[in-house]
Design a protein around this ligand. Sequence first.
Ligand code: MLC
Ligand code: AMP
Length: 511
Amino acid sequence: MIQSSVRPLWVKSEIDPERVALWDEKRSQTFAQLERSTSLLISALLQYFQTNDLHEARVAALVSPSAHYVSAQWAVWRAGGVHVPLCTSHPLPELEYSLRDSDASALIYDFPHAERARELQLRLPDVKILSIEEMLAQATMGIDLPALEITRRAQILYTSGTTGKPKGVVTTHANLLAQIQVLVDQWGWSSQDHTLHVLPLHHTHGIINVLCCALAVGASVEFFEKFDARKTWERIALGRDKRWPTVFMAVPTIYSKLIDAYENASAEERSRYSEAAGRLRLMVSGSAALPVSTLKRWEEITGQVLLERYGMTEIGMALSNPLEGERRPGTVGKPLPGSRVRIVDGELQVSGGSVFLEYFRKPQETAEAFTEDGWFKTGDQVEVSADGYYRILGRSSVDILKTGGYKVSALEIEAELRVHPAVMDAAVVGVPDSEWGEKVAAALVVRAGTTIEQVEQWLKERLAAYKVPRLWRDVSELPRNTMGKVLKKSVLELFTEESRTGASAESNKSR
Ligand code: MLC
Ligand code: AMP
C-alpha cells in the first residue's frame, strides 16, 4: 500500500476537508488547514535535508499539544522520516538522551520551547533545530511526495524497561495502522465524535488511542495544554461552538482527580457536571489498573461505566472490555481482533500486526523481548476467567512501577541517584497509592552533611518529574540478604510502616 496524499494513510480519504479537526485553547483548524501546513512543513523538511525522501531519518518534536504538533507529526511521516515526540516538561538531560539515542537528525520546536531548543543545540551541535513557525512562514508549496511503503519505520516512543535507560520503541506505519483501525472499529469512532485531549503527547495512550483514532475518522480533538480537573469538568459541562464532547479517555489517576474535584464542587456545579458527563457516549480508562472503587464512584456520579482496556507502548491495545455488552469491573476484557494472546507461566504474551518492530538499535534487547516463536513477552501477570475476561495481576518485575499512568524503572532512578557524590546507596520501590497507583519511593544512604532535599533537587534537574521519588527514607544501610542483594520487600516496608504509624522523622519526607 502506498500513500498518495499528505494525510497519514489511516486517515479516511472521504473526510470533508472543511471539517474542524483540531481545537486548542485559542483556535480551531480544519482538515484542509492541517493539510496545508503539513505540505509546507514537508517541503521545508525536504529542502533542509536537500532530499526528496527522509529515508527514516529521525526527526524529534518538542511541540505543545496543538495543531502545530499534528502538522509536524504528519509532515515527518509523509516526508519519509521517523517521528520522535519529546515530552515538553522533561529536563534537558532526558531530552538530550532521547535525541542522542534516536540519533535524531533534526528537532522541530514551537515558539514556547525556543529556549529549550537552543540549550539542546549547544549540547548537540549536529542536530538541526527547526522553528515550526519559521518553517511555515518560509516554505513554499509544491513538492513531490516520496513513495511510502507501510513497512517503513514511522515512530519512536521512549519507554522504561527493566534494564537501564529508556528504550526507543519503533513502530512501522503498518503497526500504527493496525493499532488505530482496531480501536476505531471496536470503540465505534465516527466523524460525529469530539474528544477532549488531556494526556501527554509523548506516549501511546494520548497519541494513538485519542489523537490518531479521532482524526482517522474525521472526528475532532480539543487539546488542553495540561490536565486540570476543574477545567475539564467545566469543559465537559459547557458546549463550545455547538461541540459537546462525546469521547473521553484517561488514566485512572485522572478519574481519581476528577472525582476529588467533583466532591469539592458546590451542589449546583455537581448537578451540572453529572448531567453533562452522563451525555458522553464513551469514557475509557487505561495505562494502569483502575481501582473498582473508582469505577463504581464514577458510575454513581456520571452514570457512565468506564470501559477499561489494557495495552502497552510495544503492542498498542491488546485487551478491551466491550463497547456493547458487559464491562466487567476489575478486568480488562477480552482480546481485541488482530491481537493473538496466550498465557505462559502466568505471563501474558501477544502477537499480531500491532506489535512493534524493534527497540531502536538494540537487537539484543529486542530478541530478549520475544519468545523463539515470535511472541512478545509483556512482563504482565494475568489470569483469565472461564468466559474469557482477563484480569491483570501485576508486573513480573518489582522494578517496573506505574505512577499516574507513567511507567518508570526503579533501576534507572537508582542508577541516577548513585551518580550523586553523596549518595552511597539507593533503593527505589513503588508504594501502593489510591490516587497514583504507585508512588515512587527511595531509601537512601547519604553521607553526613548532605540532605535528602539537596539530593531531590539535584535529581529533579536530571529526571522527568514523574520519576522523582515522592517518598524518601534516610537509612544507615539498605536491607540485604546474605548474598548482598537488596531486599525490595523490606525496603517497601520502610514506607508502609511509615504510613501505618504516621511517623515522619526530620529527614524522612513524604509528599
Ligand atoms: C505529580 N505529582 C505526583 C506525581 N506527579 N505525586 C505523586 N506521584 C506522581 N507521579 C504531584 C505534584 O508533585 C504536585 O504536587 C501535584 O501532584 C500536581 O502535579 P502535576 O505535575 O501538575 O500533576 P498533574 O499534571 O496533575 O499530573 C497528573 C497526571 C499526569 C495524571 C495528569 O501524571 C499524566 O498526564 N499522566 C498520564 C500518563 C500517560 O499518558 N501514560 C500513558 C502511557 S502509555 P503539589 O503538592 O505540588 O500540588 C501506556 C500504554 C497504555 O501506558 O496502556 O495506555
Ligand atoms: P507503557 O510501557 O507505558 O506502555 O505501559 C504499559 C503497561 O501498563 C502494561 O505493561 C501494564 O503493566 C500497564 N497497563 C496498561 N493498561 C493497564 C490496565 N488496564 N490495568 C493494569 N495495567 C495496565
